[in-house]
Write a new protein. Sequence first.
Length: 121
Amino acid sequence: MTAPIVRVLEHYFEGWEPPAERSGWVPTLCPSHPESRPSAAVNFGKGAVRCHSCGFRGDVISIIREMEGVSFADAQRRAAELSDGSHQPLRGQPERQSGRRVFGRPGTGERAQPVPPWLRR
């Protein structure tokens, strides 16, 4: 199985070849500029790449966002398209219902108890 960072780099930078070693930060040629000696490193576990020469860096989502100029959500969808189906999109957060009660029942506007004299104006 190919790591998502490899698929993204191969998609946007034709001719980039991933290193054979797959543990930790592995030296590689930078995908964003031509060079003869490795100045970049890729980490398959973290899904990230960084170049010490030109400053190119990022993970799957940030590379897609920069290359295509899209939002985070669009970059996530694009990453899912580039993946082999193992990508699970993030679930949205459930709607939050306020349970805060200052006086009375929430949402009714009525007060359960009269306002104490020291709080009246």
